[in-house]
Design a protein around this ligand. Structure first.
Ligand SMILES: [Zn+2]
Length: 226
């Protein structure tokens, strides 16, 4: 058991929730399962982890996980858990960052983990190869805003690890503005490269463009979906 997990307490990890199928969120499945955890996910996560997955944008084929790493409990829309006397609600977004994204709401604590539907302070990746799209990302952001209050602690999939509704709103507004800019250029007949060259994200790059998904990359991802 890694030190970071051991620090949480001596009790065994009994449940593991996958917010979606991507390797940087599900690669711990096999060892946590071997340590006794039951793995819970949306049904598309199980499907993707059971088959070879090609992600075109990464030019990479992900191999299926061994059987111990495959979620054993899956659901389509919603799932509720009661653990240590506390309620945890899992909810499917519909297609967003992939077609397998769920949120995990810790009701009493007023904490929501929103997986990769939210990248705090950085441009997001969108996985079109498994059902993601810019419009799905915006719809998920709207759902996240509707499901939270100013007091809710919001945990993003990437970026600064603790966030809030005001920062989430800024992320959503950034996505909407870039979508509009890119759609306008595409409608004028500009190619993908011409659209990147026109810098439709310029107003946002200083704040959001400092990570793996740079301004050109996020422009290409949005272009694909408008
Ligand atoms: Zn992801």
């Amino acid at each position: 058991m890694p030190a970071s997990v051991a620090e949480l307490g001596a009790e065994p990890v009994t449940h593991l929730v996958n917010t979606h199928w991507h390797f940087d969120h599900a690669d711990g499945n096999e060892w946590l399962h071997s340590a006794g955890a039951k793995i819970i996910a949306q049904e598309n996560t199980r499907k993707h982890l059971s088959e070879i997955q090609r992600v075109e944008d990464w030019d990479y084929n992900f191999l299926p996980l061994r059987s111990g790493g495959i979620p054993s409990e899956v659901f389509a829309g919603e799932h509720r858990l009661k653990l240590n006397g506390l309620s945890i609600g899992l909810k499917y977004y519909g297609p967003a960052h992939t077609d397998s994204d769920i949120s995990a709401t810790f009701t009493e604590a007023n904490i929501v983990h929103v997986g990769d539907t939210y990248w705090n302070g950085i441009y997001p990746f969108i996985d079109y190869s498994t059902g993601g799209s810019i419009d799905g990302m915006i719809a998920a952001s709207d759902a996240n805003l509707a499901a939270t209050t100013n007091d809710t602690i919001i945990i993003p999939g990437h970026g600064r690890p603790v966030s809030n509704k005001a920062e989430l709103k800024e992320f959503r507004d950034m996505l909407v503005a870039i979508r509009e800019n890119v759609a306008k250029l595409k409608k004028q007949g500009r190619s993908r490269d011409e659209t990147v060259a026109a810098k439709p994200t310029a107003a946002f790059d200083a704040k959001w463009g400092q990570f793996v998904i740079d301004p050109g990359y996020v422009t290409r991802l949005v272009y694909e979906g408008v």
